[in-house]
Design a protein around this ligand. Structure first.
Ligand code: ATP
Ligand code: MG
Length: 589
């Protein structure tokens, strides 16, 4: 392609909402353009990269035996009512109505649609196993769309669904997807790792996220030299050893004026923080969709108040708490209004403890029952109680691991100190079991005509988020450095003496040679200064640059890799050969 005729513009400045490198460079290099918050249009170069990532995904999915279909992003509400998710999904679900008032959503994912397809078309064990997938636009009305393609409201996802006879079949389908994902992200040039992930309310045994390691990632990951790796939502917290030897002391109310934080009360009483009990207060709402007239404004009413307790030096992980409460949807729980909860339960902001509460659900972290003589709030302004003991003085309605795992905490598998990293979740694989087949009635008949539920798995890849993750990992101060396999073009030829016919002719010759050798080449035939050409080529991140300049007459050109500082002088033939070799060597996995 000739740059003079290519639809693209690079920008000197990033827009003010671009906070992270991938957002900055994808915009500045003219790959994407914002439509509205969280919705982007893809320009020539950006779309070529999307298609390359899609193609890698497609090849590896097909290799793993999956089959591509395409479904409509417009999904009827009825299917979501059947699975029960119309209520659960919350405001992220992008809902719409047709002229007759019938409700739909724009699919954020497609378990319901695929389960519906399969229940209509599969009835015999002979049709199993099956894995079908699509690469399609998805819609999530994210509360905070940000970081460009990283968290957008419209994005491209590959979603696959596997259907098996039994758990062993599901295990095998899952294993194949795990392998395919490893190949896909490797081919995309990402530094990534699979980590154990939260299964949410679905339960079951298996889910992993593929995390591209990166400082700007939104996921916190812990990992250990022993090989253990998990998101902090999933990482099992290791309980402190129970304090068996310490005897229980009598409770004692103490005046602790103004000590509203753990730090303050621990300082005031001269106690270590791990001898205190931290209270976190939440309100859980009834689902506003439940029983409401279709289309009515959602009205949130209080279902219950929750007091969660962790050791004073710990933090609480929200996902663990929501799971402990039986799978409360993210949008139905928040920090409680102190006055309202106080009136209902006796809690007192900054001075809440388990002994003075009534009429709320009490959840305790799993290590709390083993700890002795903790200092807790007295549910009375400016007072705490010392020597509060679980079992003797209070009990919880739910005891579960609520701990936010941190760097240095012991690995749940081997006990060594865990390390922390940040990552971008580029994909997730999930054993669903029979959640959707049972709610939606997807069954098959076995050899004896007996009917069984189908075992399902689901497997997602954020295609556009993967693109952003690649840029996050592959850029420098001048722009993007695309790995060859996902670069919009492999090579760019830059003639740098405008008006010099010999230079122009040689550049044309090399350009033609590259195309003939199967190299996706650009020719920068614009009437621009060398500095402008180099700047744009760098910003666009084209992996190979061939510069034709002052030594053209001697048959010498410059061959330079975007990832390297130094250029090399080579003959035009050599430049073409090297580029062709590099492209020929792009891993097909
Ligand atoms: P997150 O926790 O980041 O919100 P998720 O776990 O809800 O993501 P999944 O339901 O697992 O996402 O979707 C599959 C994949 O789709 C994710 O692994 C991610 O790569 C991609 N994805 C999800 N939400 C977005 C988004 N808002 N913008 C871009 N890609 C997304
Ligand atoms: Mg996920």
């Amino acid at each position: 392609m000739r740059l003079s005729k290519t639809h693209f513009t690079t920008l000197r400045e990033a827009p003010s909402d671009a906070e992270i490198p991938s957002h900055v460079w994808l915009i500045r290099a003219g790959m994407i353009r914002k439509s509205v918050a969280g919705v982007y249009n893809f320009m020539t170069f950006g779309w070529r990269t999307v298609r390359k990532i899609e193609q890698i995904v497609r090849e590896e999915m097909d290799r793993a035996g999956a089959q591509e279909i395409i479904t409509s992003p417009v999904q009827p509400a009825e299917l979501w009512h059947e699975s029960g998710r119309w209520q659960v999904y919350g405001p992220e679900l992008w809902r719409l109505k047709d002229r007759h008032g019938r409700e739909f959503c724009l699919g954020p994912t497609a378990e319901e649609v695929f389960t519906d397809i399969v229940r209509n078309e599969i009835n015999s064990y002979r049709q199993l196993p099956r894995n079908i997938y699509q690469i399609q636009l998805k819609y999530r009305d994210e509360a905070r769309p940000r970081y460009g393609l990283m968290r957008s409201r419209e994005f491209i996802m590959k979603d696959a669904y596997s259907f098996d006879r039994d758990p062993a079949g599901l295990d095998e389908s899952y294993r194949k997807m795990r392998e395919a994902y490893t190949r896909i992200f490797t081919r995309c040039g990402l530094d990534f790792r699979p980590v154990a992930a939260d299964n949410g309310a679905i339960g079951g045994t298996g889910s992993e996220e593929f995390q591209a390691l990166c400082d700007y990632g939104e996921s916190d990951i812990v990992h250990c030299p022993c090989g253990y790796a998990a998101t902090t939502d999933q990482a099992g917290g290791v309980d402190a050893a129970a304090e068996g030897a310490e005897g229980m002391l009598p409770m004692e109310e103490v005046h602790t004026p103004g000590t509203k934080t753990i730090e303050a009360v621990a300082d005031f009483l001269g106690l270590p923080k791990d001898k205190t009990l931290k209270a976190l207060l939440f309100v859980v709402y009834n689902d506003p969709e439940e029983g409401a007239e279709p289309g009515a404004e959602p009205v949130y009413t209080v279902r219950e108040y929750v007091a969660a307790f962790v050791r004073g030096d710990r933090d609480l992980n929200m996902v663990k708490l929501r799971n402990a409460l039986g799978g409360v949807a993210e949008h139905l729980i928040e920090f409680a209004d102190e006055a309202a909860m106080g009136a209902a339960t006796g809690s007192v902001a900054g001075f809440t403890g388990p002994t003075g509460l009534h009429g709320c659900r009490i959840v305790a972290d799993s290590e709390i029952p083993g700890l002795k003589n903790l200092c807790a709030g007295a549910c009375k302004e400016d007072y705490h109680v010392k020597n509060v003991n679980y079992g003797r003085d209070w009990t919880a309605d739910v005891v579960a691991d609520l701990k936010l795992v941190r760097a240095g905490d012991p690995c749940p598998e081997c006990g060594l100190p865990l390390e922390m990293a940040r990552g971008i979740e580029v994909g997730q694989i999930f054993k669903l079991g029979t959640k959707y087949s049972s709610s939606m009635g997807a069954t098959y008949r076995d050899e004896n005509q007996e009917e069984h539920l189908i075992w399902m798995g689901c497997y997602g890849i954020g295609v556009t988020r993967t693109m952003a993750a690649v840029v996050e990992q592959c850029h420098d101060d001048d722009g993007i450095i695309w790995p060859l396999a996902v670069a919009p073009f492999h090579a760019i030829v830059c003639p740098v003496k405008n008006g010099d016919e010999q230079v122009a002719a040689l550049a044309e010759e090399i350009y033609g040679g590259l195309l003939a050798a199967g190299v996706e080449a650009l020719l920068d035939d614009r009437d621009e200064r060398p500095g402008v050409k180099f700047k744009d080529a760098d910003m666009l991140g084209i992996p190979i640059r061939v510069t034709v300049g002052k030594k053209a007459a001697e048959g010498i050109v410059e061959y330079k890799l975007r990832a390297e500082k130094q250029a090399e002088e080579v003959s035009p033939d050599e430049a073409v050969r090297r580029a062709a070799d590099a492209v020929g060597g792009i891993g097909k996995g």
